[in-house]
Design a protein around this ligand. Structure first.
Ligand SMILES: Cc1cc2nc3c(=O)[nH]c(=O)nc-3n(C[C@H](O)[C@H](O)[C@H](O)COP(=O)(O)O)c2cc1C
Ligand code: SF4
Length: 530
């Protein structure tokens, strides 16, 4: 009798926990896996102790280490994202370790407001589309933006959370190649990506259709277009969304038949060479008035040499270039493509940037980087190498609940981020996760501002390669420009753009700044060197 009562009590307790888990909206894992989901939180809680003695270290997991993920999660929740006791990195024995060099004195006015939740307005140092006189040229409001990830690869709730997050953080969301879904229309501004499948701008036979492109662009707050040539995790491959995932909604969004495999070919059909691509880009810009850029991973350099030479000789050109590192993410890719095809971000970006500099075109293009650049130290290296903006993909996914289970290709994502399974997707509450996404982006911007100020400049776009060194062992470190074969004067916007961004930054600074904000522009001399 006693046992029966005890069992009934236990069953009632479990049922009430299950009911609570199903109804709450804070944790996707608990909504999807009531009761047993608590095990994950318990293990996460005792994880540091377990790992310290049994499993892996804080910096061993990939693609994102536990420390990196903890930083994103804590930033997204506006929790204390500091780490105590000092670094646990083996700095002197880790080849490639990045060191950012602070300055004791500098003209940038450091802000003294409290750090957590602190807002940092940090617009792009260049005006996108201005050098080519695009009708809708604009200065992106945020140097950190959300990278292209399609509706199809991500769930409707994830896209909604990211789009609302973009609106809250004042940044752009790239649509990915899967076109503009209803969930991309949740308030955030968009960069519409045109992939080789021409989703959202194709005719019945899959060919590019300008009239449909214009309709799609007119239907949403699209600020720029991006022609996707390749992606770091699977360059030269194209992609397939299996028919089972092509729901009525995805079919309508992309303009493809429902339930049939949705293929992105490995190359574009609207153009077949650089010349044709530049004609296509100019046609898109003329017809829509929008800035138009390209996104690519870096392999052989012939394409880039030809692009730059034709831009220099014909006056046609792209408004932005997004370089995606080979370490970048994907919903699904063959292992060898993810592991071994295309250069990692720093190498690839450096090679391409150099080609633009040598032709004198680098100041006329907005350079965007992606490939684990949603972490402050990686982003600083990107800015020093000449990036004007960074796009964050998987880090934004982490901020809306991804636990790096790496099952994106299976449709069994436990957190509802990368799945079309309605039960799993339901676990992700777009309202609370939008706030987390925005918190994460704001925190990253705030940290970038702090790092810029530490190096003596008021904006990350003004950090030079001389402010970063790469450790190569216990007694050697190489300045960033030497590692990537740069002139130390490279990596900056034009003198006029530098002066303007300094003016803009000082308008908003200081929030209780300790030094007057004047005289900051000499931080970068006329040649760009410091
Ligand atoms: C689930 C997923 C879907 C993606 N879909 C696209 C896409 O449609 N178009 C694209 O250009 N890149 C796509 N990417 C690549 C990202 O936009 C980004 O370039 C890459 O992940 C590197 O950034 P990260 O390291 O911040 O994730 C996708 C990445 C992920 C993880
Ligand atoms: S499957 Fe794993 S890695 Fe992919 S989105 Fe979901 S939680 Fe993140």
């Amino acid at each position: 009798m006693k046992w029966t009562r005890a069992s009934l009590g236990a069953a009632a307790a479990v049922a009430s926990v299950a009911a609570h888990d199903l109804l709450q909206r804070r944790h996707a894992i608990l909504r999807n896996f009531p009761v047993i989901g608590h095990g994950r939180y318990l293990i996460e809680r005792i994880g540091p102790e377990l790992r310290q003695y049994v499993v892996a270290g804080n910096d061993e997991e990939r693609p994102f280490t536990r420390d990196q993920r903890r930083w994103v999660y804590a930033s997204a929740k506006l929790e204390n994202n500091n780490f105590g006791f000092g670094t646990d990195n083996d700095i002197e024995r880790t080849p490639g370790y990045v060191i950012i060099k602070h300055r004791t004195f500098g003209p940038a006015a450091p802000r003294t407001a409290s750090h957590t939740g602190e807002q940092a307005w940090m617009p792009c140092a260049k005006v996108l589309g201005a050098p080519r006189g695009r009708r809708h040229a604009f200065r992106p409001d945020s140097v950190v933006n959300i990278s292209g990830m399609s509706f199809g690869a991500l769930s409707a709730n994830a896209i909604t959370a990211l789009n609302r997050g973009a609106a809250l953080a004042g940044c752009l969301q790239n649509t990915g190649e899967g076109s503009i879904s209803p969930y991309h229309r949740s308030g955030g501004d968009l960069v519409y990506q045109i992939g080789s499948g021409y989703f959202g701008c194709r005719d019945e036979r899959g060919r590019f259709d300008l009239a449909r492109l214009k309709d799609t662009v007119a239907s949403a707050p699209v600020r720029a277009l991006e022609v996707k040539l390749s992606q770091g995790a699977k360059p030269g491959l194209g992609g397939v969304l299996p028919g089972a995932k092509v729901s009525a909604e995805i079919a309508a969004t992309r303009g493809v038949p429902r339930g049939v495999d949705c293929v992105s070919p490995s190359r574009h059909a609207a153009f077949a060479d650089v010349d044709g691509m530049l004609d296509f880009v100019e046609m898109l810009a003329d017809e829509t008035g929008l800035p138009v850029g390209i996104k690519a991973a870096v392999g052989e350099l012939g394409f880039w040499h030809e692009l730059v030479s034709r831009m220099a000789s014909t006056g046609r050109g792209v408004d932005h270039v997004t370089i995606d590192g080979g370490e970048g993410g994907t919903g699904a890719a063959p292992l060898v493509f993810a592991d071994s095809v295309s250069l990692p971000f720093r190498l690839g970006f450096g090679r391409v940037y150099k080609i633009f500099v040598e032709a004198g075109l680098h100041e006329r293009v907005v350079f965007v980087g992606s490939g684990k650049l949603g972490l402050p130290e990686n982003a600083v290296v990107a800015f020093a190498l000449g990036a004007d903006l960074v796009n964050v993909g998987r880090e934004a996914m982490l901020s809306v609940g991804c636990v790096q289970a790496q099952k994106c290709h299976t449709d069994h994502c436990p957190t509802g981020v990368a799945t079309q399974n309605p039960w799993l997707a339901r676990g992700l509450d777009p309202t609370s996760k939008a706030v987390r996404c925005a918190n994460y982006i704001r925190t990253l911007r705030r940290d970038l501002l702090k790092l810029a100020e530490a190096t003596g400049v008021p904006h990350p776009g003004l950090i030079g390669t001389g402010s970063v060194e790469i450790l190569t062992g216990q007694s050697e470190a190489t300045p960033l420009h030497e590692v990537y074969g740069y002139d130390p004067a490279w990596g900056f916007p034009s003198a006029a753009d530098r002066a303007e961004i300094v003016r803009l930054m000082l308008q908003t600074a200081p929030e209780g700044g300790s030094t007057p904000g004047a005289d900051t522009s000499p931080a970068v001399s006329a040649s760009g060197a410091r």
